[in-house]
Design a protein around this ligand. Structure first.
Ligand SMILES: Cc1ncc(COP(=O)(O)O)c(C=O)c1O
Length: 430
């Protein structure tokens, strides 16, 4: 069955859409943090952040069913669901971020944010971090530094590195010196854009830097980048597609962890718990300027079914206190990962925040050679134990562990023990 499905998939969808694992997983159902494959085997999902409040959460399924059987229509008619949802979503932002445009994907949200920034500033230049990903439109392919794309970095784009305090080369250095050097690189990149005649329209940062491998950035780095870009006339876009909606435990949005207030915030993945909901949150002035110049319309964005589903996601987060639980579990995870790192010399620092965490794997005990092959072996070994995760970073050497926030304290040991065992097997503990 799985074999023939694979060949039918290749015959229709081609061979290039990525599939996880040496033996692809053929999944048939899910509930909470558990996925079931075609043979009936259950896996704990420690990878998927889209089913934020849990796979097939009954309240989300019911919100979808109920609204889909009542009315689904676009935003050219009045309907209270999209307004109710917009009010509720915006109540979770700082007062200046008080307008939202709803879209269907994170890519669409980022593309729109760049369009708004370019129109506001009259500039085209974009600053982006090394080894990042923000989506798949033509514009975004031209700023992609972290995934394979045929398009080179576009002429009006400059990439800058994100410093990692845990990197071996930074181990004995002063944090202030690392910060200053990193901000000078941003300054130089902005000057290059101006000198080339592009100007600076915006910087985009995913505030947890997940595709980049969850680097531990110096205090003041994110706000420093924002100041540099604003002094050059540009706007600041926080991409919260991965780090937002309570995932970090300590803060509802990733940018808040850095003390930043962005000009534009882009949202996606977890907003609809699997139903496609995304958007751009911005200021009244920026929306007014953009809206008065463009007849912006989005057929599916903000339809009543999507709005009802996304609204229910917010209610469930609140009522099940998922952000608070994420913070508690995140602390437990951080302690256990720290112990694991101490026991295994080839593991670098434990990384991340809340329920988005990682372990960096090295080929040497001095942590100078990232080891993507061992990280891949770990991902496969953890899967054999019945837990799903993945890997990130420039060398694919950082384990990416990001379960739905529905993970309970009782389920957490299943995840931690699988990781600990796999580390013992693959990295051969002393
Ligand atoms: C940080 C970030 N931004 C944007 C996107 C694009 O979102 P979508 O796939 O919904 O277009 C992704 C997708 O992986 C992402 O990780």
């Amino acid at each position: 069955m799985t074999e023939s499905l694979l060949s039918r998939r290749f015959a229709t969808m081609g061979r290039h859409e990525p599939l996880f694992y040496n033996e692809p997983l053929h999944l048939v159902s899910a509930h909470g943090v558990w996925l079931t494959d075609i043979s009936g085997r259950r896996y704990l999902d420690a990878y998927n952040n889209v089913p934020h409040v849990g796979h097939c959460h009954p309240r989300i399924v019911e919100a979808l069913r109920s609204q889909a059987s009542t009315l689904n229509i676009h935003t050219r008619y009045l309907n209270e669901h999209v307004v109710d949802y917009s009010e509720e979503l915006l109540s979770r932002f700082e007062p200046s971020l008080n307008r939202v445009l709803l879209t269907n994907s994170g890519s669409e949200a980022n593309d729109l944010a760049f369009r708004m920034a370019a129109q506001h500033t009259g500039a085209r230049g974009i600053l982006v971090t090394d080894h990042s990903y923000h989506g798949n439109t033509t514009l975004l392919a031209g700023i992609t530094t972290g995934l394979r794309t045929h398009e080179p970095l576009a002429a009006h784009v400059r990439a800058f590195p994100v410093p990692d305090l845990d990197a071996a080369e930074n181990r004995d250095r002063d944090e202030q010196e690392i910060l200053q050097e990193a901000l000078e690189q941003v300054q130089r990149a902005a000057e290059e854009l101006v000198a080339a005649g592009h100007g600076v329209s915006a910087v985009i940062m995913e505030t947890l830097f997940s595709t980049e491998g969850l680097p531990r950035v110096p205090e003041g780095f994110v706000t420093g980048v924002a100041e540099t870009v604003r002094s050059a006339g540009g706007l600041v876009i926080a991409d919260e597609v991965q780090s937002g909606l309570g995932r970090l435990g300590s803060h509802f949005w990733g940018y808040q962890k850095h003390g930043l207030i962005p000009d534009l915030v882009t949202l996606g993945k977890p907003l609809g718990n699997g139903h496609p909901v995304a958007g751009v949150v911005t200021t009244g002035d920026l929306l007014e300027e953009f809206g008065s110049r463009n007849e912006y319309f989005n057929t599916f964005g903000g339809n009543p079914v999507s709005a009802a589903v996304a609204h229910e996601v917010l209610r469930v987060i609140d009522e099940e206190q998922l952000t608070q639980r994420c913070a508690q579990l995140g602390d437990l995870v951080a302690q256990r990962m720290q112990q694991l790192v101490q026991a295994h010399p080839r593991l670098g620092a434990a990384k991340g925040s809340g329920l988005f965490f990682g372990l960096s794997v090295f080929a040497d005990e001095d942590h100078r050679q990232p080891d993507g092959a061992s990280a891949k072996a770990l991902v496969e070994s953890v899967k054999e134990a019945g837990v799903l995760l993945s890997r990130i970073g420039p060398s694919g050497s950082v384990l990416k562990i990001r379960p739905p926030l529905a993970l309970s304290q009782q389920e957490l040991p299943v995840l931690l023990e699988a990781v600990e065992q796999a580390v013992g097997n693959v990295l051969q503990a002393p």
